[in-house]
Design a protein around this ligand. Sequence first.
Ligand code: MTE
Length: 319
Amino acid sequence: MLIKRQDDIKPSEITNPSLYARRREFLKGGAALALGVALPVGSALGPAYGAAKLSPLTPSRFNTDEELTPYEAITTHNNFYEFGTDKESPAKLADSLRPRPWTVLVDGEVKRPREWDIEDILKQFPLEERIYRLRCVEAWSMVIPWVGISLASFIKAVEPNSNAKYVAFETLVDQEQMPGQRSNLFGFGLNWPYIEGLRIDEATNPLAILGVGLYGEVMPNQNGAPIRLVVPWKYGFKSIKSIVRISFVEQQPVNTWQVQAPREYGFYANVNPQVDHPRWSQGQERRIGDWLKRETLMFNGYGDQVAQLYSGMDLSKNF
Ligand code: MTE
């Protein structure tokens, strides 16, 4: 986030065409899904926690048909400061994360506070395939076939009360599993836990999901196993990984990057090409794998679904 600019992307970070093989495999799987056949998710890669399988995926009406970013790029070019500050570290170091057993505490202004076991979440809510653009604040982007559950359905199940104006999310704190949380090990310390927040109407927008996998397989550790937020109309930093707590609150939460650099990162973090980052333009982006830059779209191209959430707000102030 604070470290690299778009022009710092090295050729080694730009995907080799041979990696597109992965996409062909995925599309074959997609054909199986269209026929109603469940994918044996998790078997192909042998995730660290073994037999976890995801049930059949329902396709979403929000899917983009743009070229998918190869699996290898999605899983080796990551921001996950709990595992270091450069893009390669999470893929190398996130083996120490143990995504099972895992619980997510739901508390605050809800009728049904509860500690959810991840297995119960996976059993109770339908899994959907959501092919979304992800636009990082650092001006690169990807197209990712997520597997997720609707955040709106999850919120409905826990029944927030009328005091719940915002939803706050927290990542695990565990220095043993997350080496980046050990006192400034990488020369750069965020305040832990990593925290993010959404307004309740943002959180219940149909586009927002809790991601539990990608490319039809369980979520790789470096992408935020076992459960993370995905909010495609916002810069990637909103999409908090490895969530252990979801709290319904009355006051606007202060998110991690706001604390770290309030001039640079706001609460809303909507993709907005008209509001430059203080240190670089947000007008364009480089899709990982492409040489040429492309124009960045307002709300990352999801304006039809979300622009109404911000009507009447000055988005240059509420950035
Ligand atoms: N969540 C946690 N807990 N820690 C992080 O450092 N980085 C954010 C977000 N979620 C981050 C996080 C940022 S800056 C981005 S761009 C996305 O995760 C990247 O997600 P990806 O690595 O799956 O592409």
